[in-house]
Every structure is written in structure tokens, then in C-alpha cells.
Design a protein around this ligand. Sequence first.
Ligand SMILES: *Cc1c(COP(=O)(O)O)cnc(C)c1O
Length: 212
Amino acid sequence: MSIKQNTLKLLSSIPKNIDVVAATKSQSVEEIKSAISAGIKIIGENYVQEAKEKYGKLKGLVSFHLIGHLQTNKVRDAVEIFDMIQTVDSVKLAKEIDKRAKKPMPVLIEVNIAHEKNKHGIFPEDVLNFLNSAKSLKNLQIKGLMTMGPILKNPEDYRPYFKKMKQLFDEIKEKNLPNASMKILSMGMSDSYKIAIEEGATMIRLGRIIFS
Ligand SMILES: *Cc1c(COP(=O)(O)O)cnc(C)c1O
């Protein structure tokens, strides 16, 4: 099937209140345009430089989200290109975004839900501390949480991690913090998005199912 057909089929199967982010790393502008023509409204890019190259040609056609790790020396460019940064994973990065952004920047906190050694993200037990440290950052508009999660064989194996994310999300939401609104829970990829939706994802990020 073509990218357009993949996307149409996918979007027709997903509840309307779920936001679908097309994960477009290594996809060309033409391929991304095919997905947009079938209804994709948000793309997720992993690298600032790659996103910058595509931005010139896709600006205004689609929202840009950063879904890969952000280094502090790339923040200046990132705040120009992206409508949302989904991967805030340290106080240092949060401060840099606050400093460089010319207007409030929507962000998600990346959570390392399974305490994986080689993954970025704040450990779940440290998220409240992070929020406390980010309190005074006026240009940081914290809208929710994001997780990558471990790579597992069986889709059902993702469920406990998604449940933990939803618990953390609800726990923070109940606190009604002035600087964190908890509207978006970004979790689930091609192998796991159905389980993620069942467990409360409001946003899913899909690559292979759209582009292969
Ligand atoms: C590539 C990527 C995805 C999409 O993964 P697929 O398995 O291709 O659906 C989602 N989130 C992030 C952060 C990614 O890098």
C-alpha cells in the first residue's frame, strides 16, 4: 500500500480525540506530503538539523514536534522550528528553553518509565521534583508527559508501563499545579499504539505503520 493509503486506513481506525503524530525521521518532504494529504496534522522529528531542512518546505502545512533528544546547544534553533518539544528531560534543558524561547513554548516531560540505563527521560519518581524546579520558568508551557518505553516483543507487555504513565499523569493532574496542565499523554508507537490508547494515551507517535 502507499503512504497515503496506509495513513487513510490508520486514521479511520483511530478515535477522533487521539492526536496522531507521524514520526518522520529519514522520510523525505515528498513522503511527508503524502501523509499530510491523507490527514496527518502533526509530524515528529528526531533531529533539529533534519527538521530545519524540512521546515522550509513544510512550514504552515503541518505542526512540527521534536520527539528526539535535545542538546542544549540546539535549543536556539529548536524554539524557532517546533510547535512543541516532547523531550524535556532535565532542569538544565528546561532552563535553556525558557531562556531562548521568545514566547511560551509548549513542552512535554519525557519520562524514563522503565528506568532504562541507555534512555533519556526523567525517572517517574523525580517528575514532581522536576516540576518544582521548573516553577519559575515562565516560557515553559508544560502540557503533559511523553515516554518512549522499552522495546518489547509482545504488544501486551507494554501495558504495565503505559498504566504507570497514566497513573503518574493523573497524580500530577490532581495536584492542579499552576505550571503544568497535564492535557497530553504521548505514548505508543506502531507496535504498541492500540494498547497505549486503551491505557489512556491522548497522543500516539507512528512511523513504520505509515511509511512502510
Ligand atoms: C521513530 C519513533 C517513533 C515511531 O516508531 P515506529 O515504531 O516506527 O512507529 C515514535 N517515537 C519516537 C521518539 C521515535 O523516534
